[in-house]
Ligand binder design. Sequence first.
Ligand SMILES: NC(=O)c1ccc[n+]([C@@H]2O[C@H](COP(=O)([O-])OP(=O)(O)OC[C@H]3O[C@@H](n4cnc5c(N)ncnc54)[C@H](OP(=O)(O)O)[C@@H]3O)[C@@H](O)[C@H]2O)c1
Length: 257
Amino acid sequence: MGRMIVREALSDPSVRIVGAVASSQSAHLGADLGSLCGMAPLGVHIVADPDAVLAGAEVVIDFSTPAGTLAIASRAAAHGTALVVGTTGLDGEAERALAQAATRVPVVRSANMSLGVNVLLDLIWRASCALPDFDVEVVEMHHRMKQDAPSGTALLMARVAAEARGTAIGDALRSARSGQVGPRRREEVGVMAIRGGDVVGEHTVFFLGWGERVEITHRAGDRSIFARGALRAARWVQGRAAGCYDMRDVLGLNQQS
Ligand SMILES: NC(=O)c1ccc[n+]([C@@H]2O[C@H](COP(=O)([O-])OP(=O)(O)OC[C@H]3O[C@@H](n4cnc5c(N)ncnc54)[C@H](OP(=O)(O)O)[C@@H]3O)[C@@H](O)[C@H]2O)c1
């Protein structure tokens, strides 16, 4: 994702890359960022110390690991640098560090930075409110190498559907059905996973009613969609008040309306 973001940023004249951070064990420390991304040298070299980069940055984009997010969050807050965080699977410590950072700087977080998926989340909210008697089921499909199931995005979609109806996702989630499962509970939100081939990522949300159904699908073509979303968030977050934001804020979507 780091390379994707660099490539997208280089084609955006409103963005200037002032630094790049990797872990202290990185094989790429000292490397030129442009060369590493298969492009012309940029004169920006990869370092392990966030402070060396943050001093000159208005926004830092983090797609790393929970340890990477933890390291960058407190330093960004200390430098007054806005944060855009795409890293997933954060542990309690990294979550707390981000919450703390958000008291001092604006922080945009999303487990899925794709613009299309975030519009879809808004549609899910609206459809869930407008069609309260329809059953909601999410089906996701990813390549055969994906480690986790269901995807974080499918779980997020299920959560939005449940919350739109005033239900906590913990009570509603149904992520497997096999054997004598009995009739579907009314508040249930099913999330099912398909794995195979080279599928980048597909999510369909079904609203199943009596005599009719609505299906909303998002298909990801390649991972550059996340990089473009992150850059859009980076442009949006500059000059915002400290606090926690998500991509729906960035896109100006107000799910309650
Ligand atoms: N929100 C979204 O839309 C979205 C989309 C795609 C992926 N993601 C998430 O973004 C994260 C990264 O995904 P990826 O596919 O790019 O993973 P990846 O290929 O494993 O890259 C991880 C990067 O983080 C760096 N890193 C690791 N530890 C670090 C540390 N302590 N400090 C600074 N940098 C560190 C690594 O550099 P070195 O190993 O060289 O140190 C590497 O460049 C994952 O959590 C993934 O789930 C989110």
